[in-house]
Design a protein. Structure first.
Length: 63
């Protein structure tokens, strides 16, 4: 992740549909897309990306 300019903030092992949850900070969604394609191309991971906004930023977009 670091080589793509992303920083892992949190990582958890979970029970259920997924085995791991990672919270990653990236400069933009395009960078996250590059990471997802690179990891997904290995064939050993199924990735779901959920872009997040700070609540104040989200509320500003609704104005």
């Amino acid at each position: 992740m670091e080589e793509f300019g992303c920083h892992v903030l949190h990582q958890w092992a979970v029970l259920g549909e997924f085995d791991f949850v990672n919270v990653v900070e990236a400069p933009d969604i395009a960078t996250v897309a590059k990471v997802s394609v690179a990891l997904g191309a290995r064939g050993s991971a199924r990735i779901e990306t959920l872009p997040a906004l700070e609540i104040d930023e989200f509320l500003r977009t609704l104005e």
